[in-house]
Design a protein around this ligand. Structure first.
Ligand SMILES: NC(=O)c1ccc[n+]([C@@H]2O[C@H](COP(=O)([O-])OP(=O)(O)OC[C@H]3O[C@@H](n4cnc5c(N)ncnc54)[C@H](OP(=O)(O)O)[C@@H]3O)[C@@H](O)[C@H]2O)c1
Length: 281
């Protein structure tokens, strides 16, 4: 729980890390909740991760987030992991427990689902087939979250088929893997399509997909937030589909972290969204 005499500390470990918008997000919440505390970017080389994580407790940190390239390596360092982190195969958040031990969790799927729910009230995962494109770490969080929400059919496509098959085999349930060449046709009758590849990110080519078969009623979501509107989302919006970008996924994943670190559930307000959007502009 937050304590009035304590200076609250958390941060994000990455390499590189200075591009991270997490300090902006978390420091907004310190201000909004009128708490004495700070959230800092921590540039940690992969070979220094174990020492850095073990230093959190003596330094008085409540915990930290992890970004590239630390999310998998941290699994070999923490003392315990929750079921979500184990299933997704990555740790996005570390909590320092009272005795100094480290607990790892993954809040990316919470972030994805709660962003969709906030942006599209009334959205249901069981409304119809969902097409997920990509099979990296982001896709694992998306698929896990959609299954938890009761998705009845997930059509999973990835350039490297074996990676998609790996997710389907591990997660089980209603995930159908389809070959990459069928991605345009896979949109037929879908209620939702998610871009969980890195295609469309600043500096990367657009995702190669034709939206002709996507029903106009379908929701298009991207987990990318640089740029805020990827070519995929722009094309979907132009033809009349509802579109949700990836920024809210980042913002919402911070909420369970705060709950675990400081005992507070902060809100993703329109003011916070526009603050982070302005920093990305
Ligand atoms: N909003 C958020 O909070 C959030 C959270 C996590 C990730 N993200 C974003 O999501 C994106 C993916 O991240 P990640 O961690 O999942 O990355 P990752 O594990 O490296 O996976 C990358 C995915 O993109 C696919 N891909 C790469 N190049 C491609 C190409 N030329 N054509 C088709 N597919 C291609 C890969 O397919 P192969 O398997 O064939 O290589 C793989 O499915 C990044 O832009 C990241 O910033 C956002």
């Amino acid at each position: 729980m937050a304590h009035p005499d304590r200076f609250l500390l958390a941060g994000v470990m990455g390499w590189p890390v200075m591009h991270s918008r997490s300090p902006l997000l978390h420091n907004y919440w310190f201000k909004r909740h009128e708490l004495a505390g700070t959230y800092v970017p921590l540039a940690i080389r992969p070979e220094g991760l174990a020492a850095a994580l073990r230093a959190l407790h003596p330094l008085g940190f409540a915990g930290c987030n992890l970004t590239i390239p630390h999310k998998q390596q941290a699994m070999t360092i923490v003392d315990e992991m929750d079921a979500v982190a184990k299933s997704i195969g990555a740790i996005s958040c570390v909590v320092v427990k009272r005795d100094g031990s480290l607990a790892g969790s993954n809040n990316d799927c919470y972030g994805f689902i709660h962003n969709i729910k906030q942006e599209q009230p009334g959205w249901r995962a069981d409304a119809g087939p969902i097409v997920v494109i990509g099979a990296g770490g982001g896709s694992r969080a998306v698929c896990y979250g959609l299954l938890q929400e009761g998705a009845r059919e997930i059509r999973l496509l990835n350039r490297t088929f074996a990676r998609a098959k790996g997710i389907a085999n591990e997660f089980g349930g209603p995930i159908k893997t389809l070959p990459w060449e069928s991605r345009h046709d896979a949109l037929d009758g879908a209620a939702m399509v998610v871009n969980a590849t890195s295609q469309g990110m600043s500096g990367q080519p657009a995702l190669d997909i034709h939206l002709g078969k996507l029903p106009k009623t379908a929701l298009a979501a991207d987990i990318i937030y640089t740029p805020l509107e990827t070519p995929f989302l722009g094309a979907a919006r132009q033809r009349g589909n509802r579109a949700v970008n990836g920024l809210g996924m980042l913002l919402h994943q911070g909420r369970p972290a705060w709950k675990a670190w400081f005992g507070i559930e902060p809100e993703v307000t329109p003011e916070l969204r526009s603050l982070v959007e302005r920093s990305l502009a």
